[in-house]
Design a protein around this ligand. Sequence first.
Ligand SMILES: Cc1cc2nc3c(=O)[nH]c(=O)nc-3n(C[C@H](O)[C@H](O)[C@H](O)COP(=O)(O)O)c2cc1C
Length: 166
Amino acid sequence: MKKIAIIVSSVQKNMELARKLETEAKEQGAQVEFINLVELALPMYTSVLEDEKGIPSEVHELTQRLIDCDSYIMVAPEYNGSLPPVLSNAIAWVSRTGDNFRAVFNQKFVALASHSGGGGAKLMESMRIMFVYLGANVLSREIINNYTKEYNPKTAKSVVEELLRY
Ligand SMILES: Cc1cc2nc3c(=O)[nH]c(=O)nc-3n(C[C@H](O)[C@H](O)[C@H](O)COP(=O)(O)O)c2cc1C
């Protein structure tokens, strides 16, 4: 059975979206690893903190949970035309575990989803740049919702189908 990690970076509208995607993935027969980055509350990455205290155990656990999955769905809000800090911070830590900063994302398939205040296009661009840089294959189809554009079950269905195809 394919395992999809759903990684959520905000717990209001984005959590609602993430839960809908979880239901869709399960209906299509996937196993879901649900990761709430807000709840995880990782310390803010700095090279000074890493040098002084090393990689926190919860980061090693997060890295392993991700490695154990076949693909990922990133669910995040746009903040100031870019990534929310909780996501950027988590990826910074994960990229510091092990010998290869690309190890967790290399050759994995990643789908992008967001509930944002506006169009969310700049967030999508930012996430795409980061995950492609980390070696991932980012699906061209995106899930973008906002306060006037509701969840479209057909788009969600086809995004999950595409992830499960690989
Ligand atoms: C600090 C901050 C910056 C934001 N910047 C943007 C932005 O650049 N573009 C946008 O469309 N929405 C922006 N928003 C709105 C959020 O993306 C939107 O409210 C989203 O639904 C928040 O996620 P949540 O409902 O899961 O908490 C911003 C919100 C905050 C708190």
